[in-house]
Design a protein around this ligand. Structure first.
Ligand SMILES: NC(=O)c1ccc[n+]([C@@H]2O[C@H](COP(=O)([O-])OP(=O)(O)OC[C@H]3O[C@@H](n4cnc5c(N)ncnc54)[C@H](OP(=O)(O)O)[C@@H]3O)[C@@H](O)[C@H]2O)c1
Length: 274
């Protein structure tokens, strides 16, 4: 079953291919959301310092009363944090807020601060990312983190880390959903043995009402979210659907069906500007 499937990271640790995403999950309900997710079978939780819900996530993990070794918890160093000292500090803060002995995976949330991320010309952050990366490598060596990776990184951003440090990122978490698949980046990551994670598998919910996707989902008697999630899993990516509703969590893990080649091709040819 997909909810139980894992893939191996370069560090040797197994990462479950289906996670519960927690962006826009308020801290006040994060504990309940995480407990529900664990109860129905999710073993991978994706949070971030920027989501401001690490405390709630940590409380949910405690309350779920599950063996820590059975869970995989990811958090992220904020995109705005671009120095060695600040990175060390936010990792320690995440550990404290999550109230965990170690974090399974920590990612650099983005190669540039969000305020400048989509501007055509900005300052070069290559050196700054190496500072952040150095602090992450040290936190890994200190046992605070088990695996380290990146998010929203393009090939040139990854090459910067590979060419100028001792560690290749283990993961790149990027936006992937029907209508938005960066095949070149995915193939590059695969070549480098970097596990790709698909964020926003339902386009932050915007694909759910899409009639063309629904027509295909109907053929399989599944919902649009189920088809969207299965599509990302079939790209050999780790899928991170977000929901705060327990009934959706249950539905979203029911993805043990096969998308036929011709339908996959139709979905591959869809293009959405989300
Ligand atoms: N690294 C990054 O920069 C980055 C960026 C974006 C996202 N992410 C990660 O990826 C996760 C997922 O992406 P996302 O939050 O953008 O959105 P998403 O998972 O593509 O879609 C979430 C939306 O779909 C709704 N939904 C989920 N399952 C449903 C179902 N079965 N039926 C009806 N509606 C359903 C949710 O509603 P409810 O919540 O109301 O249930 C929510 O509005 C995030 O939470 C985060 O962990 C990372």
């Amino acid at each position: 079953m997909e909810i139980e499937r894992t893939v191996k990271l370069r560090s040797g640790y197994e990462i479950p291919v289906l996670a519960i995403g927690t962006w826009q999950t308020p801290n006040e309900i994060a504990s309940r959301v995480v407990q529900d997710a664990i109860e129905v079978g999710y073993r991978h939780i994706d949070t971030a310092s920027a989501y401001k819900n690490e405390e709630g996530v940590g409380q949910g993990i405690k309350k779920a009363n599950i063996d820590r070794s059975k869970l995989f918890v990811t958090t992220k160093v904020p995109a705005e944090v671009k120095t060695y000292e600040e990175t060390k500090k936010v990792i320690d803060e995440s550990l404290e807020k999550l109230d965990l002995e170690y974090i399974d995976l920590v990612l650099i949330h983005a190669p540039k601060p969000w305020a400048v991320m989509f501007l055509p010309i900005t300052k070069n952050y290559d050196k700054a990312n190496l500072e952040v990366w150095k602090a992450m490598i040290e936190a890994k060596e200190a046992g605070k983190i088990r695996s380290i990776g990146v998010s929203n990184f393009k090939i040139k951003d990854i090459e910067n880390l590979i060419n100028n440090s001792t560690e290749v990122p283990e993961v790149n978490q990027i936006q992937i959903h029907i209508g938005k698949v960066n095949t070149e980046l995915i193939n590059y990551c695969k070549e480098k043995n970097i596990v790709v994670e698909a964020y926003s598998p339902m386009g932050t919910g915007r694909l759910i009402k899409n009639k063309k996707i629904k027509e295909i989902a109907d053929k399989y008697n599944v919902s649009v979210p189920q088809l969207c999630i299965k599509y990302t899993l079939d790209l050999d990516t780790v899928s991170l659907p977000k929901t705060t509703h327990k009934e959706y969590m249950i539905l979203n893990k029911e993805v043990d069906f096969e998308i036929k080649k011709e339908d996959k091709e139709t979905l591959d040819n869809m293009k959405f500007l989300l």
